[in-house]
Design a binder for this molecule. Structure first.
Ligand code: ATP
Ligand code: SF4
Ligand code: MG
Length: 321
């Protein structure tokens, strides 16, 4: 089956300049390859700054890769003309973290939810738009009455439902949810996760679900990818990856789960900024890895299959079993 999303050796560099001194090249994403099948919920986890949002922006073509390809439904998005790309945009939408900042406070819900329709080549008329908005609101557990209200009249969970309705209105094949539940209370998180699973069942939507929250991924994802410093270091079925990690970093995340899952932010001790010396060659995780050996400092591990359906980028992955 053709994957819905096929990322091939995707890299993204940023140039950054401190107040004084030379320009630095930062590799935010480093040769990431992964596939997501139609109807799948793929969870992407990793600590702050590892490149999750960078990957999300490339997937929905809000940003261009430095190298590599994004194949959506078999088509290379960055080989399309601007007009062709604009036509494809209805098929991939995004839900952002901040349910307060992502909805324009000056507009009523009806206008906010309908907004993606305006970029469609065949834009529906007023009555049809209104009908679509009401259908979307109802499908995310809100009602027709809500269409006339303003965002400030809603709770965080309801706002996230509005953001989801907006993402769904073009009937996308893929929704990228970047920390979409992280700002919500735990009970509201559970409701929104249930809604996403329901939408997968009823509408066949495929999700790239990005989060710090391992419990959320555990609850809804079919497969998971673990990122560290711009690279995928482990992939596999969500049901087993955190129970039986094949990469020492995944194990560290799973062991730290109570602190990682609380409100989606890792404890300071797990933040990448604390890395004292990141090796220029070898495994990026080596300075924090309890299993590091001499080879880890000289040879970067490639992502490889360790057991059926499971990949890890670690020289000692077999010993983790
Ligand atoms: N526009 C930009 N210019 C320069 N550097 C950037 C830019 N966007 C991201 N970065 C850097 O790229 C790296 C990855 O950032 P990214 O936002 O993708 O991380 P993230 O995993 O989404 O983090 P978080 O969990 O905090 O949202 C970080 O070091 C970040 O500082
Ligand atoms: S390759 Fe070496 S340093 Fe890197 S995660 Fe594996 S054991 Fe640790
Ligand atoms: Mg992010």
């Amino acid at each position: 089956m053709t994957p819905l999303l096929d990322l091939r050796d995707l890299s993204r560099d940023y140039l950054s300049r401190r107040l004084t001194g030379p320009v630095h090249r930062l590799r935010a994403l480093d040769r990431v390859s992964l596939t997501i099948q139609p109807g799948e919920i793929f969870g992407l986890v990793g600590e702050s700054g590892c490149g999750k949002s960078t990957l999300a922006r490339l997937v929905i073509a809000l940003d261009q890769p430095t190298e590599g390809q994004v194949l959506f439904d078999g088509e290379d998005l960055f080989a399309l003309s601007p007009r062709e790309l604009a036509r494809r945009r209805r098929h991939f939408q995004m839900v952002f973290q901040d349910p307060y900042g992502s909805l324009d406070p000056r507009h009523r819900v009806e206008r906010i939810v309908a907004e993606p329709l305006h970029v469609l080549p065949s834009r529906p008329g007023r009555a049809e738009t209104r009908e679509c908005v009401v259908e979307m609101l109802e499908s995310v557990g809100l009602s027709a009455d809500h269409a006339h209200r303003y965002p400030h009249e809603f709770s965080g969970g309801q706002r996230q439902r509005i953001a989801i309705a907006r993402a769904l209105i073009t009937a996308p094949k893929l929704v990228v949810a970047d920390e979409a539940v992280s700002a919500l209370d735990l009970s509201v998180q559970a409701q929104v996760l249930n809604l996403l699973m329901e939408l997968r069942e009823t509408r066949g939507v495929t999700f790239l679900f990005i989060t710090h929250n391992l419990a959320a991924v555990d609850a809804i994802a079919d497969r998971v990818g673990v990122m560290y410093r711009g690279r995928i270091v482990e992939t596999g079925p969500a049901a087993v990856v955190f129970d039986r990690p094949l990469h020492p970093y995944t194990r560290m995340l799973a062991d730290a789960e109570p602190s990682v899952t609380r409100f989606g932010r890792p404890e300071p001790s797990t933040r990448p900024a604390l890395l004292a010396n990141t090796p220029s060659s070898g495994c990026a995780f080596a300075p924090r890895c309890p299993l590091a050996v001499a080879r880890c400092l000289s040879e970067a591990p490639e992502l490889r299959e360790i057991e059926p359906l499971r990949q890890a980028a670690c020289h000692r992955a077999e010993e983790m079993k």
